[in-house]
Design a protein around this ligand. Sequence first.
Ligand code: AMP
Ligand code: MG
Length: 490
Amino acid sequence: MTIHFPFQNTYSALPANFFARVAPTPVAAPRLIKLNRTLAVHLGLDPDVLESPEGAEILAGKRLPEGAEPIAMAYAGHQFGQFVPQLGDGRAILLGEVIDKDGVRRDIQLKGSGPTPFSRRGDGRAALGPVLREYIVSEAMFALGIPTTRSLAAVVTGENVMRETMLPGAVLTRVAASHVRVGTFQFFAARGDTDGVRKLADHVIARHYPDVAKAERPYHALLEGVVARQADLVARWLLVGFIHGVMNTDNTSISGETIDYGPCAFMDDYNPAQVFSSIDEMGRYAYANQPRIALWNLTRLAECLLPLFSDEQDKAIEQAQFILGDFADKFTAAYQAGLRKKIGLFTERDGDEALIQDLLDAMAKNTADFTLTFRRLSDAAGDGAEHEVRDQFTDPTAFDEWAARWRQRLADEPQSAAERQAAMRAVNPAFIPRNHRVEAVIAAAVNNDYAPFEELLTVLSKPYEDQSEFAAYADPPLPDQRVLRTFCGT
Ligand code: AMP
Ligand code: MG
């Protein structure tokens, strides 16, 4: 049986140095463990076909769907500040692009599908744990309303991969608006290939920033667009307590989606300096450092675009600096607007920023759970009962003092308590993919029990609803359940 995907590929039509043509390496005994049926339908794919044995073979890279033009994309990147001129998809293969039900072009990529010409030391494979982590967290981000790559499927390969220990191998099917990263631009810029930079810029303008094509200076407008989307994205991360963990330039998407869920995690207690990633020893990618790092990564993108800005380098640099200068304002505006909503303020008054900062400071000092504090505050805004918020603070009087000021400020707001509560509940999730839950799901899956994985996905698909039967999923970890370190998929 041949299975046809409605591919309409454009990246594989770019010049040959943009990628390497390479097919996935077949695996021994693929078994589909999860198909995102809703997403399949959205992509114009038949979920029943994908669930057939032949479909599972496609999702494992054992068989190619008709119309696929498999490629590994070339890219470079700054990893923890160090430039690596050639990275590229070392364990991922783009099968092709489809147009989804919204008319948006989407990449369908297999991750963990075998070596490519860009694999340097790795085996091109992925272990089951990181595949499930990416599946869970990317789908949770989607449900939270945050731009992200999606997960279409997870397959176990029937083969083991050697890491510190032997682990079951798996393949994730990732769906993205595109896989073009800041590092893709760096690949061409580092080779002095201005024509490559221009072709790539034209490709992403057509694909992600079509309005920019009409601008007087399209390449400047492209940088403005990427700056705006990244500023908004990082603000959204902070507003839900998300820590990406590896904000290298090769993990910074030009489309503005969250990409590459490695050692990422949501924090439990609010701590601006929080780091989980085992490889981030200096705290470069700590929670509160993320806006600064996003700007650093955007500055690397701007450097690549300089030759397209002007033949006169001084002029080009000045123009780039001007555009990058907008990042701070855009980030702060998005972040502050989000925080105001989190505490139920619809209007803007002097002193709001200080009020919010004082709450965050009290939370940090009193190890308050980030998610629960805001969720319980939403309920307190409705019925006035504050004991559940107070309980989040080691010294509840720290909350009481703040709450008195908050109540006074709310008195100026036109909304009813019920309206305010509903608005706050719509931005303050009850359920996030807490690390200890993710770890427990992975531990069960490695023992072939996927029921906890399914249940966690169900809970996280409606993060803003109370789901009383799953109330325990909102709880922070007990002291012995706390996860202190997360690891990359490598
Ligand atoms: P990532 O951590 O997925 O962002 O990967 C960073 C770089 O390392 C990319 O070039 C990957 O393709 C490469 N890489 C990561 N894991 C492997 C692996 N198991 N085999 C081959 N290359 C890998
Ligand atoms: Mg990466």
